[in-house]
Design a protein around this ligand. Structure first.
Ligand code: F1X
Length: 405
C-alpha cells in the first residue's frame, strides 16, 4: 500500500511537471468509471483544433479533466480506490469553522422557539428568507480550491454572520433577485426543491440550514433533494462521504453551542430518515459510484444541453419546485463559461434552461464570467479593483422563473 502510495505521488508530480510545460493532455484511461468516452471524444475534438495542451484547452474542460484524471489514478490503483485526497482537508477546515457554525446553530434554535410567531407573520418570514439566502450565498465564499493560503482567522472573517455583517455585505451583491425568488417560493405548496451542491463543510452546513428553514418554517416546501458529486471534485465539492461526515455528531466542530448544534444535526438526520431531506444517490454511496444523474455533475459540459446529454437529470430538474445551483463552477456551467457582455440578461446566458424549471443561482464570483449587471457598474469596478470578478468578494443572486407552458 505504501509503495503504491509513493508511486501515486510520483505520478502526480509528473502531471504537475507536464502541466507547467504545456504538454498535451493524455487520453483518459479506461478505468471502468463514468464518462471516459465523453472526455476522450472532446479531447480528440480539441486536438483537431490544436487546443489539446494544458494552456490551450478551454479552461472549463481542462479543470474538469484534471479532477476526472485524478480520480482515474486512484480508481485504477489496488489499495487507494476509495481514497479522497481532499477528505482530511475538508474535515479539518470544517472543524475550524466552529465560531460561525455554533452561531448559526443558536440562530436555528431561536427560530425553533419562535416557530408559531414566524408562521403567522408573512413579513417576518420574508425577512428571514433574505437572511437565510444571504447566509447560504456567502457560505460559498470559502471553497478550498481558492483559499489554500488562508489562515483560520481569514476564513473566520469570511464566515462572519449575523445581521450587521450581512448588511455590510449587501453592497457586494451585484445582482440581487432575492425578492423574485421569494415571490416564486410563496406560490409553492409542499413542493420539492433541489440543491445542486458545491462545497463540503461550512458551505454544506449553510445549505442544510437554508433547507431546514424552508421545510420547518414555511408551508411552501416539504422536501429537499441534495445533489452531490460522486468523485473528489474541485478540491472541496461535496461527495456522499462528506455529506455523511457532516451529519455525524462525532465530527462536529467544538464550540459553545454544542447542544443546539447537536439538536440541529439530530433533526437533519430525522429529516433524512423520513424522506424530508434526501440525497440524490444512496447515502452510503462510495467514491466513484455511478448513475446517470450523478455522473452528469462531473462531466466537462456546460448545462445548456442537459436535456440532450442527461435526460434523467433534465426530467428530475423539470419536476422540481426550485433548483438552487450553488457556487461559482455551477454558475460557469449555467452560463457556458463564455465571455458574455456583463449586461447580458442571465435568462439569455442560461440558454435553453430559461423557463424549463425555476432556477436560483447563489454564487460568489471567482471566475471571469459575470452577467446580468449594468455595464456602468462593471466599469466602475474595473476602475477600482481589477480582480473583482475573481476574488470572491462579490456575489450574484440570479433567479429565472419557470416559463409559461
Ligand atoms: O464552485 P466554487 O467552489 O464556488 O468555485 C470553484 C472555482 O472557483 O474554483 C476554481 C479555481 O480553480 C474555479 O475554476 C472554479 O470556478
Amino acid at each position: 500500500m505504501l509503495e503504491e502510495g509513493k508511486a501515486l505521488i510520483g505520478t502526480l508530480s509528473r502531471l504537475k511537471y507536464d502541466m507547467a510545460r504545456d504538454r498535451a493532455l493524455e487520453p483518459m484511461p479506461a478505468d471502468g468509471e463514468a464518462l471516459v468516452d465523453e472526455y476522450n471524444a472532446e479531447l480528440a475534438r480539441l486536438e483537431e483544433r490544436g487546443q489539446n495542451t494544458w494552456f490551450t484547452a478551454p479552461w472549463l474542460y481542462a479543470e474538469c479533466y484534471l479532477y476526472r484524471l485524478l480520480r482515474s489514478l486512484f480508481a485504477t490503483s489496488e489499495h487507494w480506490k476509495l481514497f479522497d485526497p481532499f477528505f482530511a482537508q475538508k474535515l479539518y477546515t470544517y472543524k475550524g469553522s466552529g465560531t460561525a457554525v455554533h452561531r448559526l446553530a443558536v440562530t436555528l434554535a431561536e427560530l425553533e422557539s419562535e416557530k408559531h410567531i414566524i408562521a403567522n407573520d408573512p413579513e417576518k418570514l420574508k425577512v428571514l428568507f433574505h437572511e437565510m439566502a444571504q447566509m447560504c450565498l456567502w457560505g460559498n465564499a470559502t471553497d478550498l480550491s481558492l483559499l489554500t493560503n488562508m489562515t483560520p482567522e481569514d476564513i473566520e472573517n469570511l464566515q462572519t454572520i449575523g445581521r450587521d455583517a450581512q448588511d455590510a455585505r449587501k453592497e457586494f451583491i451585484l445582482k440581487d433577485d432575492q425578492n423574485a425568488a421569494w415571490e416564486h417560493i410563496t406560490t409553492l405548496k409542499d413542493a420539492r426543491i433541489d440543491f445542486v451542491l458545491d462545497n463540503a463543510g461550512f458551505e454544506l452546513f449553510t445549505d442544510l440550514i437554508f433547507a431546514d428553514f424552508l421545510v420547518s418554517h414555511t408551508p411552501f416546501v416539504s422536501k429537499v433533494v441534495f445533489h452531490p458529486k460522486s468523485i473528489p471534485w474541485f478540491v472541496s465539492d461535496v461527495t456522499p462521504p462528506d455529506f455523511a461526515a457532516l451529519l455525524d455528531v462525532t465530527s462536529l466542530p467544538l464550540g459553545p453551542a454544542s447542544e443546539q448544534l447537536e439538536r440541529a444535526v439530530a433533526r437533519w438526520n430525522a429529516y433524512l430518515a423520513d424522506g424530508t431531506f434526501a440525497l440524490s444517490v444512496p447515502r452510503d454511496a462510495a467514491i466513484g459510484a455511478q448513475d446517470e444523474i450523478v455522473n452528469f455533475w462531473t462531466s466537462p459540459w456546460p448545462y445548456w444541453d442537459i436535456r440532450l446529454r442527461a435526460p434523467k437529470v433534465w426530467d428530475a430538474l423539470c419536476g422540481s419546485g426550485l433548483v438552487i445551483f450553488k457556487g461559482d463552477l455551477n454558475y460557469r456551467k449555467l452560463t457556458g463559461d463564455v465571455r458574455w457582455p456583463v449586461d447580458t440578461p442571465f435568462e439569455t446566458a442560461v440558454g435553453p434552461l430559461a423557463g424549463a424549471f425555476p432556477l436560483l443561482s447563489l454564487r460568489t464570483s471567482k471566475a471571469d464570467v459575470v452577467v446580468g449587471i449594468p455595464r456602468s457598474v462593471a466599469e466602475a469596478l474595473d476602475a477600482r479593483d481589477e480582480k473583482w470578478r475573481t476574488n470572491g468578494r462579490y456575489a450574484l443572486v440570479s433567479f429565472v422563473p419557470r416559463g409559461e407552458s
